[in-house]
Ligand binder design. Structure first.
Ligand code: SAM
Length: 325
């Protein structure tokens, strides 16, 4: 059994026991078992002696210290996927690591400094953020995440703890004022849809003239509010971002505030259907030093199983970076 399978099996078996014993969902039980594992104790006082013994025995069989951060993240990701199959609305889905791996590669290429602050304002389970940061080893990092969903943020907390990735978490509507000092890098798989709080939306330049505003537009503006001048933003956007009636306003806003760096369409094979397909959108917030690139990098990412094509595209991205950064 591989290390990832071994740890997944432990998470899965103990989460299944807790699902039954606590009459809760698998995802809730996963958060509980992750916390137990991290604290090396069974923390649920309502459990019977026998169940506590069963769980303690299982936790005792695995030494967390022997797993790498990525092995822990992947095991936890497998358990999250299993739990999400049963519940969770599409907009709350975890970002798969196929996307996070490309995004992490791009962050490491675009942002060439040894110390940086990274914020994900829709952190969810923390899978995207930790996939990215696990590719930035050797750098001094300060990590922040916020999310409105209490279960997902609990999972992010447990996930980051198990991986020993220090992550400051805020449980709130990320479109409300945040206690986050401006950061060097934003990464965010944007929640797509309407934002119900019209009164709060009114604070934003990208609010809709009538009716509810688009959450994804407001998230872009809010992210820029918390980015240092010259900082970079890496968004996962729906491919039709610029096709809505609100798009001209977004266009003008971006023209004023940022230098668009790149649009990288992800392969359709990564998504359920064409409508769900997304792209990576890279922006740099304007500053006196930041210069617009000669041209925007436009790339269609091939399927990751096509090693030859992937190699070619990474070469194209590297060449663009050499020329522009
Ligand atoms: N990257 C995340 C991960 O790897 O798990 C998944 C992001 S998911 C596509 C979008 C997230 O946005 C969900 O976790 C959802 O709870 C959150 N969200 C939606 N509206 C929000 C709001 N107004 N404030 C904070 N979070 C919000």
């Amino acid at each position: 059994m591989s290390q990832v399978e071994e740890l997944f099996t432990l998470l899965d078996e103990t989460a299944s026991i807790l699902t039954e014993e606590l009459s809760c969902t698998y995802l809730e039980a996963l958060a509980e078992t992750g916390e137990n594992l991290f604290q090396q104790a069974v923390l649920q006082e309502e459990l019977s002696e026998t169940t506590i013994k069963r769980l303690s025995k299982k936790y005792g069989e695995v030494n967390l210290g022997k797993f790498s951060k990525e092995e822990i993240r992947k095991s936890f990701q497998l358990a999250l996927l299993k739990g999400m199959k049963k519940s969770v609305q599409p907009n709350h889905q975890m970002t798969p690591d196929s996307v996070g791996l490309i995004l992490g590669y791009l962050v490491s290429k675009f942002v060439n400094v040894s110390s940086l602050r990274i914020f994900d304002p829709a952190v969810g389970t923390g899978n995207l953020l930790t996939t990215v940061v696990n590719q930035l080893e050797g750098k001094e990092l300060a990590l922040m995440g916020s999310d409105v969903d209490d279960l997902l943020i609990k999972l992010a907390y447990v996930n980051a703890n198990l991986q020993k990735n220090p992550l400051e978490l805020y449980h709130q509507d990320s479109l409300q004022p945040l206690l986050v000092e401006p950061v060097d890098v934003i990464v965010c798989d944007l929640p797509v849809g309407y934002y119900p709080d019209d009164a709060n939306a009114a604070r934003f330049m990208l609010k809709a003239d009538e009716g509810h505003s688009y959450a994804h537009h407001l998230f872009i503006e809010q992210s820029l509010n918390y980015t240092k001048p010259g900082g970079y933003l890496f968004f996962l956007i729906p491919n039709n971002l610029f096709e809505s009636p609100e798009a001209p306003k977004l266009h003008q806003y971006l023209k004023d505030q940022v230098h668009i760096q790149a649009v990288i369409s992800l392969p359709l094979t990564m998504f359920k259907n064409e409508k769900a397909a997304k792209s990576i959108f890279i922006l740099q917030k304007k500053s006196p030093e930041a210069k617009a690139p000669k041209n925007v990098l436009l790339v269609n990412m091939p399927s990751l199983s096509n090693a030859v094509e992937v190699e070619k595209i990474l070469g194209k991205i590297d060449a663009w970076i050499q020329e522009n950064k």
